[in-house]
Design a protein around this ligand. Structure first.
Ligand code: UD2
Length: 330
């Protein structure tokens, strides 16, 4: 599909309306957010450079007269200024998303996640955007053994990716304090759900689902006692929508987590059960270098500042995901 050249189209059709801008709109989280905003009757501009995004994630959105997709890069400030005219809320999901790749190309990660976010904030300030919601990550906590991860903990990122999210969050907070731009940073824990691609850089759930549904054994790295805090993408979308509206959230960085750890062993058994593939053997390989052992988030601030609590636990999220995967509607 051919995407419009931004400088020519200039978001003509959607001007004069209150609009949301979703950066990274064709990605896993961005596209789920776009669908929810459209379902809520919002007018939405989706921005994506299509490096990691897939236009088919927006199949349904592209049928809506209230949606426009722009191919562009957050490193292009002129383009951002152009598309932010009349924008009410920016949901900034575009990012360099791979921790391991950030180790290989730290400069590129910095350009996209730090300079790109700074561009988004600058353009939002110049265009008088009412709110910027920024997608941060639990990677800001690094491998601190303290649990649960609370927002006041010292941040100790260990990867260039983690550092980039700390820096971008700090810019969000500073832009609120210095310029009065209303920003909220959301620290996503382990997000899973429809449209998360199965690749070596993807989350464990998307990798395991593909394997299990094809009748192959999933492989756990390590002994499977390590744990993560899995949060379903529909809850992440809900947290974003709340963050765009809550005054108490402004200028803060807030965990978006379930608050409950799940071990890889429990997760894998649950997935095999839901997929009715309990006969498949679970394979074990060496622990992944640099893997943290446990991670789960404190959810108090999300509750008090956003009035957020998840609708899905891991089991319900997996059931929904597997149902959608079966229908091939994702
Ligand atoms: C997640 C994020 C990462 C960063 C980090 C912050 C993803 C893909 N990664 O890394 O971007 O925010 O959190 O701490 O969301 N595993 C297996 N078998 C597999 C794949 C993974 O056993 O085939 C294990 C892996 O060793 C780890 C766990 O599953 O213990 C979760 O791995 P992950 O890559 O889904 O996520 P994580 O927490 O390492």
């Amino acid at each position: 599909m051919l995407l419009p050249d931004i400088r020519k189209t200039c978001v003509i059709s959607l001007s004069n309306q209150s609009k949301a801008l979703v950066t990274g709109a064709a990605g896993f989280i961005g596209s789920n957010l776009v669908d929810a905003l459209l379902a809520n009757g919002k007018t939405v501009i989706g921005l994506d450079n299509m490096f990691n995004g897939h236009v088919e994630n927006l199949d349904s959105a592209l049928k809506s007269p209230k949606f426009e997709l722009v191919k562009g890069d957050i490193r292009d400030m002129d383009m951002l200024l152009d598309i932010m005219k009349g924008v009410d809320v920016v949901y900034h999901e575009a990012a360099f998303t791979s921790v391991s790749q950030s180790v290989k190309t730290p400069q590129l990660c910095n350009d996209i996640n730090v300079t790109g976010t700074l561009n988004v904030l600058n353009a939002a300030r110049i265009r008088d955007v009412r709110r910027v919601v920024f997608a941060s990550s639990s990677a800001v906590y690094g491998d601190s053994p303290v649990l649960p991860k609370t927002e006041e903990m010292p941040l100790k990122p260990i990867s260039p990716y983690g550092v980039s999210k700390v820096a971008a969050e700090a810019y969000c907070i500073a832009y609120h304090q210095t310029y009065g731009l209303k920003t909220v940073a959301l620290r996503y824990f382990n997000v899973f759900g429809p449209r998360q691609k199965d690749s070596p850089y993807s989350g464990v759930i998307s990798i395991f689902i593909s394997k299990i549904l094809q009748g192959n054994s999933p492989t756990i790295y390590g002994d499977g006692t390590q744990s993560r805090d899995f949060i379903y993408v529909k809850d992440v979308v809900k947290a974003n929508v709340l963050a765009a509206a809550s005054e108490k959230a402004v200028g803060k960085a807030i965990n978006v987590a379930s608050g409950k750890p799940t071990t890889m062993n429990d997760l894998t058994r649950l997935m095999l059960k839901i997929c009715k593939k309990e006969h498949l053997k679970i394979l074990y390989e060496d622990k992944r270098p640099g893997d943290i052992l446990h991670s789960y988030g404190d959810t108090m601030l999300a509750r008090s500042a956003l009035d957020f609590s998840p609708d899905y636990d891991v089991a319900r999220g997996l059931e929904d995901l597997i149902k959608l995967t079966g229908k091939k509607s994702i």
